[in-house]
Design a protein around this ligand. Sequence first.
Ligand SMILES: [Zn+2]
Length: 262
Amino acid sequence: MVIKPREKGGMGVINLKVQNEGLLMKQLHKFYSKQDVPWVHLIWDTYYPTSFVLNQQASVRAVQEAKDLASMFSLPLSEQAYKELLMLHDLLLESNIDDDISKVFGKLWKRKCTMRTKFLFWLLLVDRFNTKGMLFRRNMLSSHELSCVMCVASTEEDVDHLFFQCSFGRCCWQKLNIQWNMSLPLHQRILHVLENLGGMFCMELIVITTWVIWKTRNRKVFDGILAAHNCWIMRFMEEVKLQSLRLNEVSRHIVISWLSSL
Ligand SMILES: [Zn+2]
C-alpha cells in the first residue's frame, strides 16, 4: 500500500523491483510497438515476420473490457504467443481499474489542507483507520471493548459508524448540510457529496470534519474529555481558519464568511 501511486491510494514510495520491471517493460513496449530501433527490427524480422495483435495501439482498458480476449488477436496463435496470452489474461484479472476510487484519491492529494489531515483521511479510505473494530481485528482489543464512546447506542466502533452513522458524527455533518448516501460504497459516497455540493473547499471540509471528529473521539477515549457538540464546532472552526491560510486571499475570505454563517 505504501508503494502504490498516490492517485491509486498509496503513498508513492518507489518500489525498485517494480521500477526495474517497468524499465524492462519499456524494452518490451519498444519491441511490441515495432519502434524504429535496429534491435527491434532484427528480432521481428528474424522471429516474428507477422504480428498476432490486431490493434497494436489498444489501451489496457480496451483490452480489459474486451468481451473475448482472443478476438483481439490474429488466430491461430503460435505456442509462444498463446503462453503470453494466458499470462496477459492473468495480469488483467489481477489489475483493477476503478474510476471512482482513483477520482477520490486524486481529489484528496490535490487538496489545500495539511498533509497530516490528508494522511488521516487516506487511512480511512484504505480501511486502515485504528478504530476499535480495526484493533479488534488485529487482536489488540477484546470483544467487550468495542462500543463507540461517542453515543449511547453500544454499537461497534468502525469507520462507517464513527464517522457516518453515529449520532455525534451525523450532527457534525448536518451542521455543514452534508448528507451521506449510506447505500453507496465509501468512495462513491464521497463523490456523490462532492458532485451535489460542489464548490471550493468541499473536499477540505470533509477531510477537516473527519479530522476533528477523530480528535474529539481521542480526547474522550484518552483524556476523558466530554464530547460536546459546541466544543466540536469551536474546534472545527479553529481548524478551518487555520487551514484556510493555505488558500489565496479571495478564497480565504469566502471560507471565513461561510464559517461566520454557521
Ligand atoms: Zn457512536
